[in-house]
Design a protein around this ligand. Structure first.
Ligand SMILES: C[S@@+](CC[C@H](N)C(=O)[O-])C[C@H]1O[C@@H](n2cnc3c(N)ncnc32)[C@H](O)[C@@H]1O
Length: 284
């Protein structure tokens, strides 16, 4: 997988320092409040849990937290934190599009924060991620994604400066034909060296994510502009979106045909909404 090399030991070693601003209580606490509320006391799964920037403090609030991450180096940082031991936060090292965490099917909340969905650089992989999230949820559970709102305003836009300081210049490069995005980082180190990195991403508009959610059997219930639940608008720079997994009945096609003919089904029919029923055909 292309992204694997981007979160090796070199990135893991400085990740928490580099993102310290995101861990400040005034930034992180509203995030933990939303996640705690959606979890409703149940177990939660963080996809791309990384160093546990969010997962560890959430577990310290008393929630059962599990994680999936591709990078053993990032997970090792999580392990070194108080409350980050294996018994407290089980982490599966694997791809969030396919890996299965213990307890799959019973999570009340699955979440994927920062910009980590964009680390999946193909539409197929992002769809698979939604499907894997849904497979981990209990019926009625929620999937939350925090995602940048693409900074494009005109189809011809290609470069956007997102940071400019004495120590760092950050420029996003968009390819609107493929929805690929490269974040070019140029760092000016104290010893005079200059470091450059250009990790690849795939951006997606909210409507496309809603379609991915529907493919995975989930419906949008919230879209906020930030963790403080302010309204999402065309000026928002990111969104926090929440989809709910239907209270599905997994019905094999032949069974469904039998149900249609059964008088008992006819009696119960008004209480069944078509979007709550997932038809599983042997060929799917
Ligand atoms: C920017 S970090 C975010 C970590 C953490 N969620 C946070 O908010 O601090 C992105 C993480 O995504 C992980 N990642 C990237 N692609 C992945 C994949 N396909 N499956 C699982 N984890 C992945 C990386 O290893 C890294 O830990």
């Amino acid at each position: 997988m292309e992204i694997k090399g981007w979160f090796g030991e070199d990135v893991a070693a400085t990740y928490d320092d580099d993102t310290a601003g995101l861990s400040a209580p005034e930034v992180l606490d509203p995030q933990l409040d939303v996640l705690t509320e959606l979890a409703a006391g149940g177990p939660v799964l963080e996809l791309a849990i990384g160093t546990g920037r969010v997962g560890v403090p959430l577990a310290l609030r008393g929630l059962r937290v599990a994680g999936i991450d591709l990078s053993a180096a990032m997970a090792a940082r999580l392990r070194s934190k108080p409350g980050g031991d294996e018994a407290s936060i089980p982490v599966v090292i694997g791809d969030m599009t396919t890996a299965q965490a213990p307890g799959a099917g019973s999570f009340r909340l699955v979440y994927l924060v920062f910009n980590s969905l964009m680390n999946l650089t193909a539409q197929e992989a992002q769809v698979a991620c939604f499907q894997n999230a849904a497979a981990h949820l209990a019926a009625g559970g929620h999937f939350l994604v925090e995602m940048p709102f693409p900074g494009l305003r005109r189809a011809g836009d290609r470069f956007r400066v997102f940071d400019h300081s004495d120590t760092h210049v950050g420029i996003d490069e968009y390819d609107v034909t493929t929805q690929r995005l490269w974040s070019h980082h140029i760092k000016f180190l104290p010893d005079g060296r200059v470091q450059r990195a250009s990790p690849p991403f795939r951006y997606a508009w909210p409507a496309e994510l809603d379609l991915m959610a529907r493919i995975a059997g989930m419906r949008l219930v919230h879209r906020w502009s930030d963790w403080d639940r302010t309204a999402f608008t065309s000026e928002s720079t990111k969104h926090v979106s929440v989809w709910r997994k239907g209270r599905q009945r997994l019905v094999e096609e032949p069974t469904r045909m039998r149900l249609r003919r059964s008088p008992a089904f006819a009696f119960r029919r008004p209480r069944i909404h078509c979007h709550d029923v997932l038809i599983v055909r042997p060929s799917d």
